[in-house]
Design a protein around this ligand. Structure first.
Ligand SMILES: Cc1cc2nc3c(=O)[nH]c(=O)nc-3n(C[C@H](O)[C@H](O)[C@H](O)COP(=O)(O)OP(=O)(O)OC[C@H]3O[C@@H](n4cnc5c(N)ncnc54)[C@H](O)[C@@H]3O)c2cc1C
Length: 424
């Protein structure tokens, strides 16, 4: 099988490029990393009148933001009761409330800035892959209804009608959510930030950070950026920057395949997700399925599709896809790609206050479109206005889990084991 090729690159209607940094700069806010967090922060700060320099080591969307499934979900992956149990009731409720409203922020930015990222706001479906999965969805339903969230539990028949597959026991439909082309959204945020006056630089890895003379100094491609405030938004794709203590959390790999159905089966195809909902399931090793603007079906799962795991994961995915959609067994593989997800042990995102007027954000645990957008906005507001209460979570001074490599390997080993042995 050929090397990875990202379907979002082929279908993105937003295209943008930025120069390499070629001079020294003096700004109010420096941002390292051009994913959702960094570009949303750049837009927010520039709109508030701050001078901004965003430095990206590769291209905008190189990290998780350009490799994502594109499900704009409300809340975290953890159910809201668990968020409150882990963080404490008041801070947990505050985070739940902010993230419940976060898809509105994303779709608002898309509309305000005319971002051409194929938004479809018809909700997402959390699919029950087993009767146990259905039980856990009923529990989530009760928690969401207690918070007046617009969610509905669909029975197996209605789920089959919406998905075009009888493989599921039911689904939780969340009408706050929707789908986008995530790479196009990320590029659109970057374009809007540039239009608001921010300076963005690609192929500009930051290789050193220091705090001196009351300000921050960043070294990148033989130039210096001096800034009053600093946001590090490098998350799972962090590349070493001496002077900055890298937060350490395990990583989980996730891959997707784009399948192009035979055009002869147009009628069959129109029965697959006709409402355009994005879906993921309740399986321990999660899978996702959605359509894209080119009519392809994007099927994804946890696993690293290179090295020893490549054959196991890709063979499993093809068999699983054929089982869920036997009517599309002739669909041709039209690309596959993968990405890394930062997954702290408690699955709660972290904001690290690592120095004066400086924060780093990481650990969205696979829920980064809406959280990344609002965490970026709120960090920017805090760094520009100095108001700590803008932040959605309390800050920590550092974050370093033990045995990070072993835990990451454990996740991948589990995924291989299940994909090798199981055929759900
Ligand atoms: C395969 C996959 C599927 C996902 N699906 C979904 C989904 O459907 N819905 C959802 O909500 N979330 C999803 N997520 C999670 C979401 O994509 C991430 O949480 C989110 O993209 C993180 O955004 P970010 O801006 O914090 O980091 P990133 O997008 O990872 O950006 C970090 C950037 O920092 C840059 N960088 C690193 N080091 C340096 C340096 N030294 N100097 C300069 N730049 C540097 C990197 O090049 C990178 O571009 C998915 C993630 C993956 C990987």
């Amino acid at each position: 099988m050929a090397r990875e090729s990202n379907a979002w690159e082929q279908s993105s209607k937003e295209s943008i490029s930025f120069n390499v940094l070629d001079c020294d700069l003096n700004v109010d806010l420096a941002i390292v990393g051009g994913g959702f967090t960094g570009t949303s922060a750049a837009l927010e700060a520039a709109r508030a009148g701050a001078s901004v320099a965003l430095l990206e080591a590769h291209a905008i969307g190189h990290g998780g933001s350009g490799r994502n499934v594109g499900l704009v979900n409300a809340g975290l992956w953890l159910p809201p009761d668990q968020v409150e149990a882990q963080m404490g009731v008041a801070p947990g409720r505050r985070l739940n409330d902010i993230l419940a409203a976060a898809p509105e922020v994303v779709f608002g930015l898309i509309a305000d800035h005319g971002i051409a990222c194929d938004p479809v706001r018809n909700g997402t479906l959390h699919l029950a892959h087993s009767s146990k999965g259905l039980k856990s969805l009923k529990n989530r339903l009760a928690q969401q209804q207690a918070r007046q969230a617009p969610v509905t539990l669909l029975d197996a028949r209605e789920t089959a009608r919406r998905v075009g597959s009888g493989a599921f026991h039911g689904a939780l439909w969340d009408r706050r959510a929707g789908t986008i082309n995530p790479l196009a959204y990320n590029r659109g945020l970057a374009r809007a930030a540039r239009d608001a006056g921010a300076g963005l630089y690609e192929n500009t890895p930051v290789t050193r950070i220091s705090h001196q003379n009351g300000g921050w100094q960043l070294t990148a491609v033989n130039h210096t950026v001096r800034a009053q405030s600093l946001l590090v938004a490098t998350n799972a794709y962090h590349e070493d920057m001496p002077g900055f203590r890298t937060p350490r959390a395990p990583k989980v790999s996730y891959f997707q395949m784009a399948l192009r159905p035979d055009t002869a089966c147009d009628e069959i195809l129109s029965s697959i997700l006709p409402g355009g909902e994005g879906c993921w399931d309740t399986g321990l090793i999660m899978t996702s399925v959605r359509r894209d603007s080119q009519g392809r079906i994007l099927f994804g799962a946890i696993g690293r599709p290179n090295g020893a795991g490549r054959r196991i994961h890709l063979n499993w995915a093809r068999r699983a896809f054929d089982r869920i959609f036997p009517q599309l067994a002739s669909a041709a593989l039209d690309g596959f790609w993968s990405g890394e997800i930062s997954m702290p042990a408690d699955h709660i995102p972290k904001i690290i206050n690592f120095g004066p007027q400086a924060v780093a954000v990481m650990g969205y645990s696979g829920r980064g479109i809406a959280p990344g957008t609002v965490f970026g906005q709120r960090c920017a507001r805090m760094l520009v206005s100095g108001q700590q209460d803008e932040l959605p979570v309390d800050t920590a001074q550092s974050y370093a889990e033990a045995a990070v490599r072993a835990k990451s390997a454990f996740y991948e080993f589990g995924a291989r084991l299940i994909h090798f042995g199981a055929y759900r």
